[in-house]
Design a protein around this ligand. Structure first.
Ligand code: PAF
Length: 277
């Protein structure tokens, strides 16, 4: 496996590659990321994983500075998983000058995560478009743990007519159900035990909907109340249409239940899908 740090070296290495898959990451890899590699591997002659902690998608006071940078161990894991190239540019390589041209995603960017992290999806879409231009992959894999990010990027590729196939990957969970996330590393042992409650509340809503309940606002409020009573600070628990995150109506069948909440200093997000048809 090669580790490449500059766009020039990457372009020259990829010049003769015709089936390139990209797995964009911010590093500090866990089994969820390795699953993205596993999904990409059989679909590409050349598999590139990018590692770049993107300042543009972090708001003031968020964890950009303390986000774990673990390039050496990440490279070991990627090599074992069969990755061909790690593209690990530094900030100067990605943003050699202030990024004045940015990508503004559709209405989705101000909802849910976007409402609590203003500018986040502009930062994500902008860096992902730059990574697409640098790597020029035919396919790219994104985990559905960041469901809203996946929809934003799928829509960006569609509306900008980018010749890239976006492949979603299911969320990988710990044995107790907690969605794997680099931010789980911030949790204390006690918080780690409690952390699965977010997923359990989403599952509870899912099961209630499958059992016939349609009072979605009440289900959202119950879960929010329960989490807050357990010491969480819930940002949102929301039942939305899976295709576009719009609010549900009586005809909605394919739904996604999303949640974001703080446990101590750590903000966790998760979601589960449900098909009522
Ligand atoms: O999901 C992530 O790790 C990041 O948001 C991404 C897609 C690599 C962009 O920085």
């Amino acid at each position: 496996m090669e580790v490449i740090h500059t766009v020039a070296a990457l372009r020259s290495r990829l010049a003769d590659e015709h089936q390139v898959a990209l797995v964009p990451t911010m590093g500090n890899l866990h089994d969820g990321h390795i699953d993205l590699i596993r999904i990409a591997k059989p679909r590409a002659a050349c598999l590139v994983a990018s590692i770049f902690v993107n300042r543009l998608q972090f708001g003031p006071g968020e964890d950009f500075d303390r986000y774990p940078r673990t390039l050496a161990s990440d490279c070991e894991r990627l090599a074992q998983a069969g990755c061909n190239i790690v593209f690990a540019p530094d900030e100067q390589e990605v943003y050699p000058e202030p990024q004045e041209f940015t990508i503004d995603p559709s209405h989705i960017q101000n909802e849910l995560e976007g409402a609590f992290r203003p500018g986040h999806f502009r930062g994500v879409a902008t860096v992902v478009l730059k990574l697409f231009n640098m790597v020029q992959p035919q396919i790219a894999i994104f985990g559905k743990k960041d469901y809203q990010q996946y929809l934003v990027l799928k829509e960006m590729v569609k509306q900008l007519a980018l010749p890239i196939e976006i492949i979603p990957a299911e969320t990988v969970r710990a044995p107790d159900g907690l969605a794997l996330s680099s931010r789980n590393n911030y949790l204390s042992p006690e918080e780690r035990l409690e952390a699965v409650s977010l997923y359990q509340q989403l599952e509870k809503i899912r099961n209630a909907a499958l059992a016939g309940r349609r009072d979605f606002s009440a289900l959202e409020s119950e879960a929010t109340y329960w989490l807050n009573a357990q010491g969480w600070k819930a940002d949102y628990i929301a039942i939305r249409q899976a295709a576009d995150l719009r609010k549900t109506d009586v005809s909605s069948r394919k739904l996604v239940i999303l949640g974001a909440a703080r446990l101590g200093k750590t903000r966790l997000i998760d979601n589960v899908e449900v098909d009522l048809s």
